[in-house]
Design a protein around this ligand. Structure first.
Ligand code: GLU
Length: 445
């Protein structure tokens, strides 16, 4: 079978799922040679098996708002691949959630989790629930209704969810509490838990910190670091918050943040007070970055725009999928941005990614750069199993070492003849080989 024939088959089987097809196409294109050159992989038809989730659960989530009105959302959990460990991946609550987004995220998660070198399979879940303007009681009722169905499909050795967009410590708490009540057991079935009830230190910061550790490794290959560099960052959620902290600590200057309403440019750069304010913004549940410019008047707000037009050295998209398109990529290059590191999952469109790779600047995909979040989830699972809690230094050290190893794996599989490192290819091939080999070893299941 040729790559074209393979894609035609996947497209025919998954119509109306653009994000999923985008992720599959871009990944399979880069692993095709590694697949075809291994007779065992071909003999076992690994690629066709890999793109088909092992199981998908779709369910109704009815809930009542504070006025007694009944609403219905759709809940989904994609249990994608369990070749190297229990299904593992976050839960996303956002109006844009549908089967296509969760399948793309679950598919990416297989490779990401494999790269961490921890025993975690790939999964993803979520709902099209919109938390904007909802009270705490409404959010709790929604989480409980969601868990009233999901609890029977997950478990500490089966499927371990965590947070993602719209799901932070509060939502994990409500879902975990309800799971515990229904199952009558206290196990590490969720990660991203609160510190006093099984959560790991550093987990909230881990995705952002990991992105910066990874970027630092990339910068090292060019003999430089974050000191004195300006950074365009998008989003203002937990991932962006971790990135902002670590970049600032390492001497870089984060000058932008963004939301669905536009972006803010703060020439002075973020500091401790402004980074702390990001948490307040997130808790406000209103999704407006414009509030930042009201609070810190030296910052300028640009309605309806994205931060990729600002002149900086490094760009870190940390909001959501396809938030950086071909025009944005061209604008970054025109401004001499020399490093783009993805903190979100698939924030660059396929076209944008092609432009950045062709320009041969430092460019890393989310599945490698943001793997520190799920890696630290893996460390949380280990601590839960041991009934122990590690100091933050210990977790942070392990996180740094994991990020260095992921970077090394990308170099090993992504180095080109001319010396350029294609991190996208490197991450895909490294993640793929391990999962594909495990699938072959385990027979036709
Ligand atoms: N949602 C995060 C991700 O995209 C974390 C998943 C987890 O910790 O399980 O990797």
């Amino acid at each position: 079978m040729t790559f074209k024939e393979f894609m035609a088959k996947v497209e025919a089987k998954n119509p109306g799922e653009p994000e999923f097809l985008q992720a599959v196409k871009s990944v399979v294109e880069t692993i095709w040679d590694a697949y075809e050159s291994n007779p065992r992989f071909v003999q076992n038809n690994i690629l066709e098996r890999l793109v088909e989730p092992e199981r998908t659960i779709i369910f109704r989530v009815p809930w009542m708002d504070d006025n007694g009105e009944v609403h219905v959302n759709r809940g989904i959990r994609v249990q994608y691949n369990s070749a190297i460990g229990p299904y593992k991946g976050g839960i996303r609550f956002h109006p844009s959630v549908n089967l296509s987004t969760l399948k793309f995220l679950g598919f990416e998660q297989i490779f990401k989790n494999s790269l961490t070198s921890l025993p975690m399979g790939g999964g993803k879940g979520g709902s099209d629930f919109d938390a904007r303007g909802r009270s705490d009681a409404e959010i709790m009722r929604f989480c409980q209704s969601f868990m009233a169905e999901l609890y029977r499909h997950i478990g500490a050795d089966l499927d371990v969810p965590a947070g993602d967009i719209g799901v932070g410590a509060r939502e994990v708490g409500y879902m975990y509490g309800y799971y515990k009540k229904l199952r009558n057991e206290y196990t590490g079935v969720f990660t991203g838990k609160g510190r006093t009830w099984g959560g790991s230190l550093i987990r909230p910061e881990a995705t952002g910190f990991g992105v910066v550790y990874f970027t630092n490794e990339m910068l090292k290959t060019k003999g430089t670091d974050f000191k004195g560099k300006t950074v365009a960052l998008s989003g203002f959620g937990q991932v962006a918050w971790g990135v902002a902290q670590k970049v600032t600590e390492l001497g870089g200057k984060v000058v932008t943040l963004s939301g669905p309403d536009g972006y803010v440019y703060d020439e002075e750069g973020l500091n401790e007070e402004k980074i702390a304010y990001m948490t307040e913004l997130r808790a406000s549940n209103n999704d407006r970055i414009a509030d930042y410019a009201d609070k810190f008047p030296n910052a300028k707000f640009f309605a309806g725009k994205r931060p990729w037009e600002v002149k900086v050295d490094i760009a870190i998209p940390a909001a959501t999928q396809n938030e950086l398109d071909a025009d944005d990529a061209k604008a970054l290059l025109a401004n001499d941005v020399f490093c783009v590191c993805e903190a979100a999952n698939m924030p660059c469109t396929a076209e944008a990614m092609g432009i950045l790779l062709d320009a041969k600047i430092l460019y890393a995909p989310g599945k490698a750069a943001n793997a520190g979040g799920v890696a630290t989830s893996g460390l949380e699972m280990t601590q839960n199993s041991m009934r122990l809690s590690w100091e933050s230094e210990e977790v942070d050290e392990k996180l740094q070492s994991i990020m260095r190893n992921i970077h090394a794996a990308c170099l090993e599989h992504g180095a080109q003849d001319d010396g350029y490192v294609d991190y996208f290819k490197g991450a895909n091939v490294a993640g793929f080989i391990k999962v594909a080999t495990a699938m072959c070893d385990q027979g036709l299941v």
